[in-house]
Ligand binder design. Structure first.
Ligand SMILES: C[S@@+](CC[C@H](N)C(=O)[O-])C[C@H]1O[C@@H](n2cnc3c(N)ncnc32)[C@H](O)[C@@H]1O
Length: 235
């Protein structure tokens, strides 16, 4: 029978399998204070820098602002934003990571400050937001998929959307090539390196984003971690 799943659905399904089963333990460890290998330590440091960059781009006064953490994983960014007063909804397709995020929520944050749900970040039931953050949750999607996701999120966002993409650096391109040569069923779904110039052009050409423009952008490179944040703001 012919599959009716879109390429986005298929990619999301593979990511769910990976993050909800294969990689749960590794993600639990990476996103904790537990000792990790030197390589993973560089990744952890890079991710800390990225999280702080994204948080620093949110308004200083976040009091009661509705924030969606799209692809929240184990919830570190959600919790930091909630500590600054935002009302945060963290959503992730990996229910096991969402469970960890709930477990890691300190009791002193107070009821209604942060909620974690499992599901697709594009689900309209999630509601409307002032700010959407998507840290490293779109890096496995292709450029057209990233643009489509951002456009869909923009329909429900009044302020800014901050997401990261994997920039096309020689280092990442080398790993990408290796990944293609040695496919393995339990490997992380390939990261999709994206050219910043092409991404900007594609965002500018997306009709439904005509009220949005690219704001700040910042690349973090720390050992085995390379990722670039991009901010979209309403004109
Ligand atoms: C690399 S992890 C990053 C997690 C978290 N943002 C962080 O920085 O710790 C990517 C996450 O995106 C989630 N994800 C990918 N596609 C998604 C989608 N369509 N809807 C919700 N979550 C998604 C994955 O399950 C995974 O937990």
């Amino acid at each position: 029978m012919m599959s009716l799943a879109t390429p986005y659905d298929e990619r999301r399904g593979r990511l769910q399998t990976y993050f909800d089963a294969t990689a749960v333990k590794a993600w639990a460890q990476l996103t904790s204070d537990a000792p990790v290998s030197k390589i993973r330590e560089t990744v952890r440091q890079g991710r800390d820098q990225m999280r702080n960059t994204i948080l620093s781009w949110l308004p200083t006064t976040l009091s009661h602002a509705a924030v969606l953490d799209a692809g929240c994983g184990t919830g570190a960014l959600s919790l930091d934003a909630a500590r600054r007063g935002a009302r945060v909804l963290g959503v992730d397709i990996a229910a096991n990571l969402v469970a960890l995020a709930r477990d890691r929520t300190p009791a002193d944050l107070g009821p209604g400050t942060v909620e974690f749900r499992s599901g697709d970040m594009l689900s309209p039931e999630l509601g409307v937001f002032q700010h959407v953050v998507a840290m490293d949750s779109l890096i496995h999607y292709t450029r057209p998929q990233i643009v489509a996701v951002v456009a869909a999120l923009a329909e429900r966002t009044s302020g800014s959307i901050i997401f990261t993409f994997a920039p096309q650096t020689p280092f990442l391109m080398a790993f990408w090539g290796v990944g293609l040569l040695f496919p393995r069923s339990d490997r992380a779904p390939a990261i999709e390196p994206v050219s910043e110039g092409r991404l900007r052009a594609a965002l500018a050409a997306e009709p439904s984003l005509f009220r949005w423009s690219v704001g700040r952008t910042h690349r973090v490179a720390s050992g085995f971690y390379t990722s670039q944040a991009m901010e979209l703001v309403r004109r």
